[in-house]
Design a protein around this ligand. Structure first.
Ligand SMILES: *Cc1c(COP(=O)(O)O)cnc(C)c1O
Length: 399
């Protein structure tokens, strides 16, 4: 296929991301509308119960964003002003801003080239340099789990943090459903945060979930999710005894998930594995069709394909390529292909860079990724034929 030739052909429109809402979303939303109670109630509870089951954890706490879940998780772990929290530089600002919400300070870590993940070695070095760090935030970048468990004589990130007394909060905004060894992401560290933002692997439009096996974290997060009130709205309105009375135990937040959103989430959850399988189909085709293209480094995968959530397919354009990244984005756009750059590393963002006097040369691998990284369209309804067209265009432009 000749790429880019719109002469005599239909111009293409392949967006970077597209939401799949063709399950029971409408039915469940209608049930909520008919019930007359639109905000947090039985649908949110059911969504929590099913999600906890899905990731194999005791507690799942539905909130209105992953950012809220990250904030609640750190707060419940007892992170306080001036505490240090380790976090990878190659992530969305939400992973680090929540540290600042609590007056604590992020310490940015470099990541592995090709996967954008933390490694046990990077984490160990980060703790050596910051022995007073209280917690680590792990990002399961693109839907691939970071190496949390021991493999052979290489210790896992969890083990290193346990030994050194750090709590582990996981940013799993990309990682549902993701398997790590014989467990699901969501049941690994002290607490895990998921995003159901519109472009994530499952969505509630806006929404998030905090999962944990830790009773203390769960109890605190539940209270702080809704104004620091000691019982949630549902219990307050359904228990007969003292139904009108409640206490405020802390200045909490307004982070609850409305039932309207939970209804969409329940429908999405039913199809989560079907949607994941379809994204894997896309990823496998990209690997096949782009294998011979010298100008690109393809994603580095450390796990069986089935364990990956396949939220992102990030290629890295090598420095010696014919066309640089900015130009490539423009040329793809001319050909009707959307793409995205995940992420400009946080050590390059003026707020973090200036406040913590960060230097790019301290993050050599993140810098190498940043100069060339580009995420290609990846979603369940992306047809093989369109993937082939994207790959043909990449071969034509870069080959
Ligand atoms: C999307 C995203 C978030 C924030 O999710 P929200 O639900 O929009 O708050 C956090 N971390 C990462 C890595 C993300 O991609």
């Amino acid at each position: 296929m000749k790429c880019g030739a719109t002469i005599g052909a239909i111009p293409r429109n392949i967006p970077f991301s597209r939401v799949s809402c063709d399950g029971n979303e409408l039915t469940y939303v209608q049930e909520v509308l008919d019930s007359g109670w639109l905000t947090t109630a039985s649908k949110a509870q059911e969504f929590e119960r099913r999600f906890a089951q899905e990731v194999g954890t005791r507690f799942a706490i539905a909130v209105n964003s992953c950012t809220a879940a990250l904030h609640l998780g750190l707060e419940a772990m007892g992170i306080r002003p001036a505490d240090k929290v380790l976090v990878p530089t190659m992530t969305f600002t939400a992973s680090a801003e929540v540290i600042r919400y609590l007056g604590a300070d992020p310490v940015f870590l470099d990541v592995e080239y090709g996967s954008s993940l933390l490694t046990p070695e990077i984490v160990a070095e980060g703790i050596d340099q910051n022995p007073d760090a209280k917690a680590l935030i792990v990002v399961h970048f693109g839907g691939q789990p970071a190496p949390m468990f021991r493999r052979g004589d290489r210790p896992g990130i969890l083990e290193i943090c346990r030994e050194r007394g750090l709590k582990v909060l996981e940013d799993a905004a990309h990682a549902f459903p993701t398997r790590c060894g014989d467990r699901m992401v969501g049941s690994l560290g002290d607490a895990t945060c998921f995003s159901f933002y519109a472009n994530k692997t499952i969505t509630t439009a806006e929404g998030g979930m905090l999962t944990t096996d830790d009773e203390v974290i769960a109890a605190r997060a539940k209270v702080m999710r809704l104004h620091g009130i000691d019982r949630d709205v549902w219990t307050r309105f359904t228990t007969l005894q003292s139904a009108w009375e409640y206490d405020v135990v802390a200045p909490g937040y307004k982070y609850n998930m409305p039932d309207i959103n939970a209804a969409i989430g329940l429908a999405q959850l039913e199809r989560a594995h079907i949607l994941r399988d379809q994204r894997q189909r896309c990823a496998v085709r990209y690997f096949q069709r782009l294998a011979g293209l010298q100008a690109l480094d393809l994603p580095r995968i450390h796990i069986p394909l089935e364990d990956h959530a396949w939220h992102l397919f990030v290629v890295i354009i090598k420095p010696q390529a014919r066309v640089e990244r900015g130009r490539l984005i423009a040329l793809l756009s001319e050909r009707g292909i959307g793409s995205s750059v995940p992420y400009k590393p946080l050590h390059r963002m003026s707020y973090y860079r200036d406040r913590y006097r960060l230097k790019a040369e301290d993050y050599p691998r993140a810098e190498r990724i940043w100069r060339g990284c580009l995420a290609l369209p990846l979603y369940p309804t992306l047809p093989d034929e369109e993937i082939d067209y994207v790959c043909d265009c990449l071969h034509e432009i870069l080959g």
